[in-house]
Design a protein around this ligand. Structure first.
Ligand code: NDP
Length: 337
């Protein structure tokens, strides 16, 4: 049983030394348990937060020496559990390892899916995050301008495409010319700006002549600084993630930007709302699954997966994700489906 454990807490950007490949015995299920074989492992930005000692508001930190946590599509190998049998395909949280035990409580049966890895991306958590954040908090109206960064990623690509379906004008921000071309030509965005462009603020202003009504926040940092002056009165800002800060080592230096930010929020009556997708499954997941399933089947929402082969390549792929090297939803194929 190969597994990748947290060998050391990263200091800033993780290194491959922080994430160690180990061999362990394949565990045996006890009464009520089942043994899972990982087929696909999802790599997601939140994992970086769980590598810090403080953890997050929604999950504890990964213990040193423990396998890195993560959502997986897994096959039941053997089962002592009444509801699952050998051969079943399930969505689980088996983490960065070949095999894992489960008591069944965190499993969702997937049945026969043509492309099971989509349960980790376009038909799963990241797309659900896009759906809830955009529709429930962002509430885009026809003709409004929606801006989203990490625009070709797992969340951002879905945000932009749903915003187009709702009649908005969509401007993406992404890392590099290839991603920007894809956002416009394949995903149907109206424009896309390269976040590495030294003229980012000016380019964004040119692409948003009527200002910004909805800014779906995935990144923070320099992108948010470029967005803030362009926000319209009554703009909505779903705060989904701030990946630009996940590897911050120290507090930002003076001058303190908060007074200016607060004044802008007040005077422009802007609604800025954070959300954690775990809170919304009970209320919204069924609606998401139905609607998103229809959009994808009809070709109205396109999904792009960035697939890496082999568990041993997960650390490098994850570090790449934190630097924008992924192009689409990042998934590791751990074993043949
Ligand atoms: P992506 O597939 O979009 O991959 C991450 C992308 O972030 C990179 O490809 C890169 O895109 C961009 N990025 C990386 N570093 C920086 C940086 N320093 N500055 C600006 N952009 C950067 O990831 P996801 O779609 O899975 O996640 C997107 C965001 O959503 C993350 O912040 C994540 O934490 C958050 N999230 C929040 C959830 C919630 O419940 N609130 C649930 C799920 C995700 P590029 O190079 O193209 O700019």
């Amino acid at each position: 049983n190969r597994r990748i454990v947290l060998a050391a807490r990263p200091n800033g950007m993780p290194t491959t030394q922080d994430l160690r490949l180990e061999e362990a015995a394949v565990p045996t299920p006890g009464p009520g348990q089942l043994l899972l074989r990982t087929l696909y492992l999802s790599l997601d930005p939140y994992m970086r937060n769980l590598m810090d000692e403080a953890g997050t508001s929604y999950a504890p930190p990964i213990a040193l020496g423990a396998p890195v946590v993560g959502g997986t599509v897994s096959r039941v190998v053997s089962s002592e559990h009444a509801q699952f049998k050998a051969g079943d395909l399930v969505l689980s949280n088996a983490g960065w390892q070949d095999y894992a035990l489960s008591d069944g409580t965190d499993l969702t049966a997937l049945g026969d899916m043509a492309q099971p890895s989509l349960a980790l991306g376009g038909l799963g958590m990241p797309a659900f995050t896009a759906y809830v954040g955009l529709l429930d908090i962002g509430q885009p109206k026809p003709g409004e301008t929606v801006v989203v960064a990490a625009a070709t990623g797992a969340v951002g690509a879905v945000v932009g495409q749903i915003a187009k379906l709702k009649g908005a004008r969509v401007v993406g921000i992404a890392g590099g010319a290839d991603k920007c071309r894809y956002a416009v030509e394949e995903l149907g965005f109206d424009a896309c700006i390269d976040r590495h462009d030294p003229q980012l603020a000016q380019r964004l202003a040119q692409a948003c002549p009527d200002g910004i009504d909805v800014y779906f926040e995935n990144v923070g940092g320099a992108v948010f600084e470029a967005v803030l002056p362009l926000l319209n009165h009554y703009a909505r800002v779903p705060v989904c993630g701030v990946i630009a800060h996940y590897n911050d080592e120290a507090q930002p230096p003076v001058p303190n930007p908060l007074p200016g930010l607060m004044t802008t929020l007040l005077q422009k009556r802007i609604r800025l709302q954070g959300f954690i997708i775990l809170d919304h499954y009970a209320e919204r997941f069924e609606a998401f699954r139905r609607e998103m399933g229809e959009w994808v089947a009809a070709g109205r929402v396109k999904l792009r997966e960035d697939r890496v082969d082999g568990l041993e390549n997960a650390p490098a792929a994850f570090i790449g994700l934190l630097q924008g090297h992924n192009f689409g939803k990042l998934v590791v194929r751990v074993a043949e489906a």
